[in-house]
Design a protein around this ligand. Structure first.
Ligand code: NDP
Length: 329
């Protein structure tokens, strides 16, 4: 029995091709659990894996898709049985392993989490790796003392996947959210998610000139990195924290250590890929409780497998708004 997969291939000259193909189950990688995938999604990393691989993909042909949700079809692990609804994010699935851009995926049971109560498989992929990571970032800020009433919380790359979900969660929790965007046309969208203030990217993108500026932000979820993150560090309130999630604006950090030494600012690293199981379950249950579903629905851009090659280019160009949810069937 064959099923559809979005297969990316690279020839000897390095030319990449991508298209939907019918493949058979014997081509799936080894694993304990076979999942009938219902939905996957599009993250920045997927954009890389849909193209030349960005150093993440090791072997072609490759099936990308760093996250998926679906129903267990077969399992040799006692924790999962046919019919169970499951979610997968991370563990380098969709990068070094075949991922969720297919009607079937085979993975290790350790990498799965049960679908949280109150979410459908489509909801879970509207959240996806981007939203799951946004929740991890908010949890890290809370663990370091962030509370509603402390002051405005900055979200960078706000109209993207991580930023959109972070904005909606923080606003629901009662924080005043300042959303940084390079796309002024997303203002109504961001305010609809709960942002009370829009900060133009240019206002905050310039390289650090003074190591300390006025103490403005009580917390920050940063999806951008680079010069913007460096600049934000000098604008944090005393003792406040920045959760470093992404590098959409660059991997360098042209900062000084002064905000750490004179303002006790914390820079918190957020990794979603190797996150232990207990943290994953906690984050997903917080998502089910603290992410308003009506806001989530408003972020969704629906797509099919065949749309992915074009969408991959769009996310790398910073042109995707919110969360793309891929119905693989
Ligand atoms: P998106 O492309 O959806 O969002 C990124 C946003 O960043 C864009 O929408 C844009 O927001 C902004 N942006 C893009 N380019 C620039 C630039 N040159 N300068 C300033 N801002 C820019 O990606 P995701 O939300 O899926 O991911 C965001 C980042 O987080 C990526 O780097 C990704 O790799 C990383 N990530 C990390 C994870 C982890 O485990 N640490 C997990 C998931 C993602 P706007 O248009 O509003 O300005």
């Amino acid at each position: 029995m064959s099923f559809n997969a979005l297969v990316v291939d690279k020839d000897e000259a390095g030319a990449v091709s991508a298209g939907v193909e019918a493949i058979t189950e014997d081509r799936l990688p080894e694993g304990d659990v076979t999942v009938a995938v219902e939905y996957s999604t599009l993250n920045y990393k997927d954009g890389l894996c849909l193209g030349s691989g960005g150093g993440l993909v090791r072997a072609w042909p490759h099936v990308p898709g760093i996250d998926f949700a679906g129903t267990v079809e077969a399992s040799s692990d006692p924790r999962y049985a046919p019919g169970d609804k499951v979610v997968l994010t991370g563990w380098r699935v969709g990068e070094v392993r075949w991922g969720g851009y297919a009607q079937k995926a085979r993975v290790m049971a350790d990498w799965l989490v049960p679908l949280p109560q109150g979410l459908t498989t489509r909801d879970a992929m509207a959240v996806g790796t981007a939203g799951f990571t946004a929740m991890l970032a908010v949890m890290a800020l809370e663990d370091h003392g962030l509370k509603p009433g402390n002051g405005p919380v900055l979200v960078t790359g706000a109209a993207g996947g991580v930023g959109s979900v972070a904005t909606a969660i923080l606003a629901k929790l009662g924080h005043e959210v300042a959303a940084v965007t390079g796309r002024p046309e997303t203002e109504a969208y961001l305010k609809g998610l709960g942002a009370s203030r829009i900060v133009a990217r240019e206002e905050i993108a310039e390289t650090v000139k003074r190591p300390l500026e006025s103490e403005t932000w009580a917390g920050c979820v940063d999806a951008v990195g680079g010069a913007m993150l460096a600049r934000v560090l000098g604008q944090m309130k005393y003792g406040a924290s920045v959760a470093a999630v992404g590098l959409a604006g660059g991997a360098a950090l042209p900062a000084t250590v002064v905000p750490f030494l004179l303002r006790a600012v914390n820079l918190l690293g957020i990794d979603s890929v190797m996150r232990p199981y207990e943290d994953r379950v906690r984050a997903w249950s917080r998502i089910a409780a603290d992410l308003p579903m009506d806001k989530l629905t408003g972020m969704v851009v629906p797509a099919r497998l065949a749309d992915l090659p074009e969408l991959g280019k769009a996310i790398l160009a910073g042109e995707v708004r919110g969360r793309v949810v891929v119905d693989v069937n």
